[in-house]
Design a protein around this ligand. Structure first.
Ligand SMILES: Cc1cc2nc3c(=O)[nH]c(=O)nc-3n(C[C@H](O)[C@H](O)[C@H](O)COP(=O)(O)OP(=O)(O)OC[C@H]3O[C@@H](n4cnc5c(N)ncnc54)[C@H](O)[C@@H]3O)c2cc1C
Length: 394
């Protein structure tokens, strides 16, 4: 890995910094897909998306011909670093920019790209991801939602679950079973379904954070035009895998863990303990140093992942290692914050006794989610065991 930035990269950073300095006042506070979201908060995120789009910063990774910046892998890293430096949230209203857009560029027809990509960029249409079902999570290829052909339409019946942001979404990209007789990976299609179609019901699910970030989505005789299929009929599994690669590869080079450790250090310095602060306790400092070391190790593992991409190599095992270790670290940091806060950890947002507006108790409750989505950590263990260590399959 070459740690030096090229003059083009430095120019990219300088332009971005200048833009962010001038516009950061429009950014909403960083939020989580698990967070409780009022309409005002959602509107603020949409407004930030539109502001970024005006500056040409909403889809830096998209090719210029689709309205992106055609940023290199390194520039994408710089983009994340600069946002993280200012504690700003990445553009994120639904899964259009990060997942559907790149998938369509790979598999979509020219008409589909023309129809859907501009509206995603502008923030005019919000997308959600309809993969998981009550009986299909880790074993995704077992999806049962049916899509049977009827003339120029598919008729969709079934249920999706854990659908993030479905309550705001205009569209869903869904995995559906279009051939119930075929072997399970061969009878799946990838459909674009308008969420405002008759026959769709969205029911919010309340998480332990109190948030209603995700939902159940029910389909009852929903008519979907034939042209809304991405790729070939019954070849949706290949398309689905492409989306998953964007989902799992999206975290390369993230420096978020280090930011969390810094916030925890700041907390320890403010927490009173027997006339001193928690930071004065060497056991506390040792623990924080341990987290910081892990966070730095993650950062460089992310750079290794980037190096592979820069050399045009396919994603390596670092993706699973990053997913596993970064989400475990997030959980450990949240747990240790609870220990540091002691009884104060029980105060939540809105209480005058809550430190940092209750963000630590929220993080504790929210930190489990990332260990589950985009392939649970047990599944990541399997991948590392089987594909990296070549252990026998159980
Ligand atoms: C915050 C959040 C947001 C999400 N957003 C979306 C979304 O927008 N769209 C969407 O489609 N889905 C979404 N999901 C769902 C997510 O993809 C699934 O929860 C995940 O794939 C696991 O599936 P499951 O919940 O059905 O658990 P299961 O697959 O039933 O697994 C249950 C337990 O068994 C373990 N397990 C299963 N199989 C194996 C195995 N082979 N070896 C070892 N252990 C195994 C799992 O690790 C887990 O601990 C979201 C989830 C979360 C937490």
């Amino acid at each position: 890995m070459d740690f030096k930035y090229s003059p083009e990269d430095e120019a990219f950073r300088a332009e971005l910094r200048q833009w962010l300095e001038a516009n950061k006042k429009f950014a909403p506070p960083p939020s989580s897909i698990l967070a409780e979201e009022s309409d005002d908060q959602w509107d603020a995120r949409v407004a930030w998306h539109k502001k970024l789009n005006q500056g040409g910063w909403v889809a830096v990774n998209w090719p210029a011909r689709y309205g992106g910046r055609g940023a290199s892998v390194m520039q994408r890293l710089i983009f994340r670093e600069e946002l993280s430096r200012l504690s700003l949230s990445e553009p994120g209203i639904g899964m259009g920019i990060s997942l559907l857009g790149p998938t369509l560029m790979h598999w979509g027809t020219a008409e589909q790209n023309q129809r859907y990509l501009p509206a995603i960029l502008k923030g005019d249409e919000v997308w959600c991801q309809g993969y998981s079902e009550p009986g299909s999570g880790s074993d995704l290829a077992s999806v049962q939602t049916r899509a049977l052909e009827d003339g120029d339409y598919f008729i969709v019946n079934g249920q999706k679950v854990w659908t993030s942001m479905a309550q705001h979404a205009d569209w869903i990209f869904a995995l559906v079973r279009s051939d119930p007789e075929a072997p399970k990976h061969k009878g799946i299609s990838y459909l674009l379904i308008n969420m405002h179609s008759p026959g769709i019901t969205v029911r919010p699910l309340v998480q332990m954070t109190g948030g209603k970030g995700f939902n159940e989505v029910f389909f009852e005789d929903v008519r979907v035009p034939r042209e809304n299929i991405v790729g070939e009929k019954n070849n949706g599994w290949q398309v689905a895998i492409t989306t998953l690669m964007f989902e799992r590869g999206g975290g390369a080079g993230q420096g978020g863990a280090l930011q969390e450790v810094m916030e925890l250090i700041s907390l320890a310095k403010r927490l009173a303990r027997g006339g001193k602060t928690a930071w004065d306790d060497s056991a506390v400092r040792q623990k924080l140093a341990e987290f910081a070391s892990e966070a730095v190790a993650l950062k460089y593992t992310g750079y290794r992942q980037l190096t592979r991409q820069l050399k045009g190599m396919p994603p390596g095992p670092e993706g699973s290692m990053m997913k596993l270790c970064s989400t475990e670290l997030g959980l450990k940091i949240a747990l240790f914050a609870m220990e540091l806060l002691g009884p104060y950890s029980q105060f939540e947002y809105g209480s005058r006794f809550a430190m940092d507006k209750g963000k630590w108790s929220f993080r504790m409750l929210a930190a489990r989610g990332p260990t589950i989505y985009a392939g649970t950590n047990q599944i990541q263990h399997n991948i590392i065991g089987e594909r990296v260590l070549a252990l026998p399959k159980s």
